[in-house]
Design a protein around this ligand. Structure first.
Ligand code: FDA
Length: 392
């Protein structure tokens, strides 16, 4: 069978590319349904883009690489598409745009787009083998127990990363890149809860279920968002964000009272109600169980009146710079994305085509570009899907 363009992966990037790659497109996926990650994303409402999308919100070995695709197909372009399909949406916080009804609206929109473009979609299809075939590609697919050989002029790899293997992630894109001699950068889980062990975990475990707004920092980067204590460690948006910057062996610093003059507040409380227990006083600023732990960590007990300025300062410093050493992360099992991937050195930032293998394209999460939490990763999928589609 001959096609113009064969797209491997019917996720966000692959479907977007199929809608723009012109005639003769076949999209294949081993899953039974397209866009499974879209379906479960954003708690079922899909945080489909972010109004503040800008290159600064993306990590990768080359911070400039993402500029071209993001600049040519922007969050406003995607929003326009969503509007044309009459999908109701809202801004939740920090520029994050969600469907009012369901993530399924986005999948239906993409399927309508690829149908209008005349693209074929084969689900339940295994990718058995990929090879160069003259100036094109020969790909062996297995469908309904039978092998089908497809010849394609252009081959687009949109098979995502390694995160959430249960949902069909395989890392196939990295193997294809390796087969064609493209360099890779190290891959690791991103946007993932951090885990702790030993005495630190013993301190954190009783706090499981607590949540608060915090500013979490690591290596000069900070995020001020929600923080959630879990049975295994820490989660919530601020932790997921910092996990993409964290490396094993590094401490994270948690400011439990961001933007507050905690020392000044505690001094004021001491003047007004000196007989208040120190942990009770701190509990006016952070959840009570956490206040107890922080006061103990700072070695303080007794009433406010028992504390001099130095001790109150030490407590405020502890709450403002609570240092914790994670043991690890929850890994690909729960990571929202995979950091690293196909090296951008090997790709054109305009078309996403491999520089040394004409006709071979890599888009979406398998490329070494990863966005922050908040709709940035889907925008990367839409922008690169569009960029490759237009170039083909
Ligand atoms: P994606 O993973 O979407 O698609 C890859 C496709 O390739 C899949 O359909 C898969 O079945 C197929 N495939 C893989 N290996 C194959 C093989 N060997 N053979 C055949 N097919 C194969 N981002 C965001 O911006 N906003 C959000 O709200 C969320 N929420 C979110 C929640 C959860 C739980 C997760 C895990 C992730 C998110 N994300 C997110 C991240 C977002 O889902 C991710 O960045 C995009 O889906 C990446 O799009 P891709 O098309 O590159 O890969």
């Amino acid at each position: 069978m001959q096609v113009d363009t064969l797209i491997l992966g019917a996720g966000a990037a692959g479907l977007m590319c199929a809608a723009h790659a012109g005639p003769g497109v076949l999209v294949v996926d081993h899953a039974r349904a397209p866009g499974e990650k879209i379906r479960i994303s954003g708690g079922g409402r899909c945080n489909f883009t972010n109004m503040h999308t800008a290159p600064e919100a993306f990590l990768g070995a080359n911070p400039h690489f993402c500029k071209s695709a993001l600049g040519r197909y922007t969050q406003w372009d995607f929003l326009d598409l969503v509007g044309r399909h009459g999908i109701p949406w809202h801004e939740k916080t920090l520029g994050q745009l969600f469907c009012d009804r369901s993530a399924k609206d986005i999948i239906a929109m993409l399927l309508a787009e690829i149908e209008a473009a005349g693209a074929q979609l084969w689900l339940g299809t295994e990718i058995v083998d990929v090879a160069r075939d003259g100036t094109g590609f020969a790909v062996t697919l297995r469908r309904d127990g039978r092998d089908v050989r497809v010849h394609a002029r252009a081959l687009v790899v949109a098979t995502g990363g390694k995160s959430i293997p249960k949902m069909g992630a395989t890392g196939l894109g990295y193997r294809i890149a390796g087969q064609f001699g493209l360099p890779m950068t190290e891959t690791r889980p991103g946007l993932v809860p951090l885990t702790f062990s030993g005495p630190v975990l013993d301190r954190l475990k009783p706090l499981a279920g607590l949540s608060l707004e915090a500013s979490v920092s690591c290596g000069g980067t900070s995020f001020r968002e929600g923080l959630l204590m879990t049975h295994r460690g820490l989660s919530g948006p601020s932790i997921l964000q910092i996990s993409s910057y964290w490396r094993e062996g590094q401490e994270i610093s948690v400011d439990l009272c961001p933007g507050q003059d905690l020392f000044g507040a505690l001094r004021g409380q001491r003047q007004q109600s000196g007989r208040k227990a120190i942990a009770t006083a701190l509990a006016e600023h952070i959840p009570a169980r956490l206040a107890q732990v922080i006061a103990e960590d700072a070695g303080l007990a007794g009433n406010l009146a028992d504390q001099n300025d130095t001790r109150l300062r030490a407590l405020a410093d502890r709450a403002g710079d609570w240092r914790l050493l994670p043991a690890g992360s929850e890994g690909y099992r729960t990571a929202e994305v995979t950091l690293g991937g196909v090296s951008t050195d090997a790709l054109s930032s305009r078309s996403m085509e491999a520089r040394d293998v004409p006709g071979l394209y890599f888009i979406g999460e398998c490329v070494d570009v990863t966005g922050w939490l908040g709709g940035y990763n889907f925008q990367w999928a839409w922008s690169t899907g569009w960029a490759a589609g237009k170039a083909i």
